[in-house]
Write a protein that binds this ligand. Structure first.
Ligand SMILES: Cc1cc2nc3c(=O)[nH]c(=O)nc-3n(C[C@H](O)[C@H](O)[C@H](O)COP(=O)(O)OP(=O)(O)OC[C@H]3O[C@@H](n4cnc5c(N)ncnc54)[C@H](O)[C@@H]3O)c2cc1C
Length: 390
């Protein structure tokens, strides 16, 4: 029997492999990875500086140890060049073709790169994996000030971590507040003020247009005409699902690789999971959706078709200067934010016209309410009730 092949050894690829092995110890399993195949927890990348952690300390197992643990063949530094669904084969860099019985695309997402003007634009850093983090740490050697482009989840976490590690930090974002897509204005303001107290210099409502070299560092020119000098520039603008392999192979792709509720792509022998996935219009690049998806897909791949269901999955933003937990309302929900503010924190409740709680945003001391509120939320992706879905 040809093996089950998983492309990707991030959280999605490895979580699926672990779930599969709980259900089937024998099935031939191959994992292919463009990186070195070490196991690490990606969320730790944005709070490791203050703890003084090197990249190597964040990796908890080598590819060889994972292969032993999973009873799988793991080929690291093995970027897949093309998929050949008609032959059920993947093509590797050296032209070798590997046959599969089922294929899972767990390819992750790429940081969005904005084509800035200026001679420093190509040197803007981003951190999306262990190798990026190692490079970032090396580039921080001797630096005192870091400019961060983007005040989303990753930008805010790095801003907090860099401040805590003793760097000066400037952050620019087109939105008027940090976490603009996740928080109501009052909560955004509380996070902004707490990070300002931790000495973050904000440039909100404006974005960088050019990055020029200036001495040993850089000068960022913002759309409002201001300039910011910094030793390093880190981009945290957002992520884009890796879809090229799937698109080139003729699979259905929109924002991500489109699957049904069985995580099956437009080719019935190919599945997708993790940051590259789009299901029912949802692209959710977080840990909890991956864990839910991995459990369901492992069952489906071992003979028990299991529909993907997402419960409410609050995301913890690692900003110790002012902790944040958010559970955004399901896509397209109609309603309004009602926000309570006190000296210690804020609690935003996204409610429908009839008062039902659809989402929440908690900051500061109010994060303690996470569990109680989560119980009141609707599922992000409820059981479809369709017999043919599973
Ligand atoms: C700094 C940071 C902090 C985060 N913090 C949180 C958090 O606090 N909470 C939370 O829920 N989420 C957080 N996230 C998001 C979460 O970490 C991701 O959703 C998750 O790790 C993605 O896992 P993945 O396996 O889908 O992708 P990845 O980990 O990116 O893995 C993709 C894999 O595919 C491989 N690959 C890609 N293309 C090819 C190819 N052509 N051939 C072979 N292999 C290929 C790569 O080498 C890699 O092994 C954070 C993300 C970042 C970047």
């Amino acid at each position: 029997m040809d093996p089950l092949v998983i492309i990707g050894t991030g959280l999605a690829g490895y979580s699926l492999a672990k779930e599969l092995r709980k259900l089937d110890a024998e099935r031939p399993l191959v994992l292919l990875s463009a990186d070195d195949g070490r196991f690490y927890s990606k969320p730790l990348l944005s709070n490791a500086l203050a703890k003084g952690k090197e990249a190597d300390a964040l990796a908890t197992a080598s590819a060889a140890e994972m292969a032993e643990q999973l009873q799988a063949e793991i080929r690291s530094h093995c970027p897949v060049q093309a998929l050949h669904p008609a032959h059920r084969e993947v093509e590797l860099a050296d032209g070798e073709r590997l046959a599969y019985d089922r294929l899972v695309l767990a390819l992750g997402a790429d940081p969005i790169r904005i084509p800035f003007a200026g001679d420093g634009a190509d040197e803007v850093l981003s951190v999306n994996d262990l190798a990026d983090y190692a490079r970032f740490r090396a580039r921080l050697e001797g630096a005192r000030k870091v400019m961060i482009l983007g005040a989303g989840l990753i930008g805010c976490e790095f801003a907090n971590d860099l401040c805590q590690a003793g760097y000066r930090v400037a952050v620019a974002d087109l939105a008027d507040q940090p976490l603009g897509r996740l928080l109501p204005p009052e909560s955004g303001a509380a996070l902004r003020d707490a990070l300002a107290k931790a000495r973050v210099e904000w440039h909100l409502g404006t974005g960088a247009t050019r990055i020029d070299r200036a001495g040993d560092g850089y000068r960022a020119t913002l759309a409002n005409g201001e300039t910011v000098e910094a030793d390093r520039v880190l981009s945290a603008i957002g992520l884009r699902p890796r879809t090229t392999l799937a698109r080139d192979a003729g699979l259905k792709v929109e924002r991500g690789i489109v699957t049904d509720r069985l995580l099956r792509s437009s080719d019935p022998h190919i599945h997708a999971l993790g940051d590259c996935l789009e299901v029912e219009g949802l692209v959710l690049p977080y840990v909890m959706p991956i864990m839910n998806g991995a459990r369901a897909l492992a069952r489906t791949l071992t003979g028990t078709p299991t529909e993907l269901v997402y419960p409410a999955m609050p995301v913890v933003v690692k900003t110790p200067a002012h902790p944040v937990v958010v559970s955004p309302p399901p896509m397209g929900s109609e309603g309004n934010w009602r926000t309570e503010v006190d000296a210690e924190g804020t609690a935003g409740f996204f409610e429908s016209a009839d008062g039902a709680l659809l989402g929440f945003a908690l900051t500061g001391s109010r994060v303690a309410e996470k569990q109680a509120l989560t119980k009141r939320l609707p599922a992000v992706l409820a059981a479809s009730g369709r017999a043919d879905a599973a």
